[in-house]
Write a new protein. Sequence first.
Length: 282
Amino acid sequence: MKRTGIFSHYQEGERLRDFPAALAGVLEKENVFLFDAYYPGKLRSAFELDPVGQDVLSRVHVAPMIRQVKDSPAYPGALYSAAGTVAAAVRMWQGEIDNAFVFTGYGDHHAGADFFGGGCYFNGAAMAIRELRQRFGAERAAIIDTDAHHGNGTWQIFENDPDVLYACLCPGVYQERCLKVNIPVPGGVTDAGYRHLVETEFNPRARRHRPECLLWNWGYDGTQGEYGDLGLTPQVHAQVARGLLRLADELCSGRLIVVLCGGSRRDLARRLIPGVIRVLCG
Ligand SMILES: [Zn+2]
Ligand SMILES: [Zn+2]
């Protein structure tokens, strides 16, 4: 049975209003651990989650950008969102947990080394990868991005890094350079067609790359009726999760971190997030 860490912090806004109540039946499992950032009036959790320090931020983002984010009202949420991903990576690397789900107030993938936007402020996945390198000498990582939009920030950060495979599925054009690949999702794609793209475009590249951990920038904004509607049904997310968990088992001792990205509907969050977490914890 997998030990799954859930990394969470105080969330404002509509989409996560049903949490953590929507995780009833999951949080009680013996193999599920809740890591919670500090905030006033928070629910009890077994572990506290510290914000990331300036050194961790500086490994990914330039100083003027960090200052700009610090001056914005989004700063605490941005900091704790990234902190969740970094803490998940560290605890997973140390063997405390096998895989993780990170709740974020603000996403990752539109935050580059020197720019941010589109609801993203800091790139937590990038910080996590650099933290594993710095502290533990980790070498190779892979990120798959199934948010409906192009991950321009993540792409830029790792543009010239031959140790990070980044595969972005979005409705753009095919391009590939230095293990960064954009996989175009055709209009009106079916769930089966989408899974086929993951299996034929991402999995073989991951097998060649042999990552030591797998990160998944997971957005549900490509679901039918969402703001990035790609035609996917709600069912596809747990299916993709099962496939990626199998791939992580095959390649990197099951190390998989799911980072919550786009998606706005509360009803979908309530249904899809517990579905993905149930795949992780078995
Ligand atoms: Zn998106
Ligand atoms: Zn893309």
